[in-house]
Design a protein around this ligand. Structure first.
Ligand code: PLP
Length: 422
């Protein structure tokens, strides 16, 4: 073990996770490539778990940030008005909201996804005066207590140490693989005053479940959920923390679906460069917050405002980037389809948010380990970690995407050959 690796194992908590799958020390990164201290280069199909949709160290974001720091721009500003924040809000209005005909107020929360989810839940409860929230099987919304109550994952829930309350879990689209329709169940329960399920403050949902295994909710299911929310006076929260910022092809994952969430949570790739930054979008009529009622010291990461503005201006001013992501997503789907078919598996996901369900966590992690040996960083997701999940930067060069997929195909073949020989 190298001296640096020894430092981590000696001093860092057992809570370490991703580093266990990739036990090297990384030094630099550019675009879709990570470079370790021994000079070895890795193609990055993890992209900070979709925090680096625009790749590592985008040159324009980097330059804007360096210039801003050189000019002694505000780094931290609580929630005070700053030039960088105003410029971000104006860009978000002009580039994201107005062209899509959306009218949301922006709430800057603490910088993690879970911070945004906590704020969204609190607001929905305040607006409706209700306590309960409906969340879905395999949903992942973070690991702070309120968000964790909405998260399905048993391992994470087990770490809570207190009861996780105020959330009823219902089947996500496709969860009942006998063809049963979870939405009809939900509707019947809400319509029946003795079902034990009261109309909730909110439904919280991912349009594609990232950590839950790339399960895709159909447009009809999501529209049905919105209809139920309207019928029962509940708010619809779309958690777009992983699926948003272009991962499915459009800025918001729900754009083509034609739903109008009351609240949207964003984080991960929002800053464009991996800087911590989260946002809650809320319809103006729900803006019932009192000043500082939901608070937090780090609601003003001005460095993130700078890079987030550049990300919007660079990638979202017109449809070209969305079209490119769409095309790359189709190509990714075709190639994953071929790998899956060769080994009798199925593909999951949409856009650049896809993977292969190999049925078993052991198989998926053996494939990911074989990828790492060959210079590809890739991880699993799903209830049993059974989905090999491709989260390449959306900006990845086609040749690099294919090189990573060649490695993935080889890892599938090698892993199966080894399993057959054992
Ligand atoms: C959909 C979704 N919501 C919320 C979160 C929590 O975000 P964070 O880890 O930044 O708290 C995640 C993290 O993976 C996520 O995928």
């Amino acid at each position: 073990m190298s001296a640096a690796l020894e430092t981590f194992t000696r001093r860092e908590s057992e809570i370490r996770s991703y580093c266990r799958s990739f036990p090297v020390v990384f030094e630099r990164a550019q675009g879709a490539e990570l470079i370790a201290t021994d000079g070895r280069r890795y193609i990055d199909f993890l992209a900070g778990c979709s925090t680096l949709n625009y790749g590592h160290n985008d040159p324009d974001m980097k330059q804007a940030l360096v210039d801003y720091i050189q000019q002694d721009g505000i780094a931290h500003g609580l929630d005070m008005y700053t030039e960088a924040k105003a410029a971000f809000i104006e860009a978000f209005e002009a580039i994201v909201l107005q062209p899509r005909g959306l009218d949301y107020r922006l709430q800057f929360t603490g910088p993690t996804g879970a911070n945004a989810v906590e704020a969204a839940l609190k607001l929905a409860r305040k607006v409706t005066g209700r306590h309960g929230v409906v969340a879905f099987t395999n949903g992942f919304h973070g690991v702070t207590l309120g968000a964790l109550a909405c998260t399905g994952n048993g391992y994470h829930r087990g770490g809570a140490g207190v009861p996780l309350e105020g959330v009823t879990r219902m089947p996500y689209d496709g969860f009942l693989d006998d063809g049963g329709d979870g939405l009809t169940l939900l509707e019947r329960m809400l319509d029946n005053p003795s079902s034990g399920l009261e109309a909730p403050a909110a439904f919280i949902v991912e349009t594609v479940q990232g950590e839950g295994g790339l399960n895709v909710a159909s447009a009809e299911w999501l529209r049905g959920l919105e209809r139920l929310a309207r019928k029962h006076g509940s708010l619809l929260i779309v958690d777009d923390i992983q699926a948003g910022c272009g991962r499915t092809g459009s800025f918001f994952s729900f754009e083509e679906i034609g739903i109008s969430p009351d609240i949207v949570t964003l984080a991960k790739s929002l800053s464009g460069m991996g800087l911590p930054f989260a946002l809650v979008l809320l319809k103006p009529e729900h803006d019932l917050w009192g000043p500082a009622e939901h608070n937090g010291t780090f609601r003003g990461n001005n460095h993130a405002f700078v890079t987030a503005r550049v990300a919007l201006e660079k990638f979202w001013r017109d449809d070209a980037f969305a079209q490119a992501v769409h095309d790359k997503g189709e190509h990714l789907g075709e190639r994953l389809g071929r790998i899956a078919a060769k080994h009798g598996y199925t593909t999951k996901g949409r856009g650049m948010f896809r993977g292969i369900d190999v049925g078993k966590g052991d198989t998926a992690s053996a494939i990911c380990a074989a990828c790492f040996e060959q210079g590809l960083i890739i991880e699993t997701s799903g209830a049993h970690d059974e989905v090999v999940k491709v989260l390449a930067p959306l900006t990845i060069e086609p040749k690099q995407l294919d090189a990573g997929l060649d490695t993935l195909a080889k890892a599938f073949a090698d892993t199966h050959r080894a399993a057959a020989a054992a």
